[in-house]
Design a protein. Sequence first.
Length: 430
Amino acid sequence: MTQNQFASCVIMGLGYIGLPTSVVVARAGIDVIGVDVNERTVSAISAGRCPIEEPGLPEAIAEFVAGGRIVAQAQPRPADVFMIAVPTPFTGGYKPDLSYVEAATRAIAPALRKGNLVMVESTIPVGATEQVARWIEALRRDLRCAQRNGPEEPDILVAHCPERVLPGQMLKELVENDRVIGGVCPASAEAGKRFYESFVSGKCLITDSRTAELCKLTENSFRDVNIAFANELADVCEDFDIDVWRLIELANHHPRVSVLKPGPGVGGHCIAVDPWFIVSALGERARLIREARWINSGRPRQVVRKVLAQVASSGVRSIGCFGLAYKPNIDDLRESPAAEIVQYLAHELHMLGSDIELRLIEPHITELPPSLEHGNRMKLVDPDQGLDSDLLVMLVDHDAFRSIPASEIRGKNIIDTRGVWSEAALGPSN
Ligand code: SAJ
């Protein structure tokens, strides 16, 4: 690209993707205008504060806001590139909800000028990038917007580049991961590639927008299906009285086998959501993907049933639940199977009229979210108090839990959903 082709970029949505992206774009010397509907987010960022936990992000936000390279505001203004990075949850019936994407499109429409590039980063169902182009077309009749078989050089270029970064390593992965850029038309894909090449060191691969959309859904469905396989194996092993963790370790010595890890369910806002974007469009035609979703989403209740069975057969007075985040070493509790388990367990114990104490151990948070404040039944405690419980339930394999000496775990009454506190994992006792 020519050095100054993209001098400014509006990023719609300053959340888990938009905010770290604003930093890597700013680092490439591009002025970033970050836009969010949440006033508190805008004022925090304007003051140089970072509202989310991600290594390296707070320092970078403070630096670029102070230097004026990143500004946060409530409304977009004219720029060279407009990036949409807002959430796409699903509505009832697991249908994707595009209302945030539509609202962001409506917000940028008045600011668009001939030659602009609109990039959709949000995860979206197949066909949605073309839908964005049609919304723009309807709102700006004075501009020729990209169409699937439209003019070679439209006034407004529209493409999709799905994010594929892992929380905890965002600033690194946003730059180093290969990117797939799908244009509504070939010129849009080319423009998208030039833009991403200005801050990405990985490969920027171009395709059409539908393929890029399905590519993202494929990546997360692939992982979901493979985790479902591991979860099913865990059940199979339980019936055969076999240690699933040892079994997987042995099977993975095969050069072409790589079984993932079973667990208490699949959390986060992507893997547990994106496969539905395929299933809700195709139903029966995507039955393996659908079955995997059912297997994984049924896991939390399976764990609760196990805990209740233990409670019924022993004199448990207190339960220590280790971990609430959706995966290890982060503070993110959204769509977390561990949090779902704790909530459901509290509900079931309440229904049984039990006064068993639930002790929650989550070193990455300082207070419980309102959804987990179930009367006085739940308490956030430190690991020592947790270990003192009659039953230990390992839900998230945070490093902080892995480093608890085996001598403090051994001999306790344990339900281990992560394979870190089994006899085999703890190793031989001295
Ligand atoms: N999990 C298991 N067993 C495993 C691996 C994961 O039970 O072997 C569980 C985790 O505990 C967690 C959930 O799956 O609850 C999801 O965790 P994850 O680390 O697999 O993925 P996410 O949701 O943090 O990020 C995924 C990534 N996608 C893929 O790996 C294909 C990431 O690259 C995407 O950018 C992200 O989704 C996204 O935003 O779509």
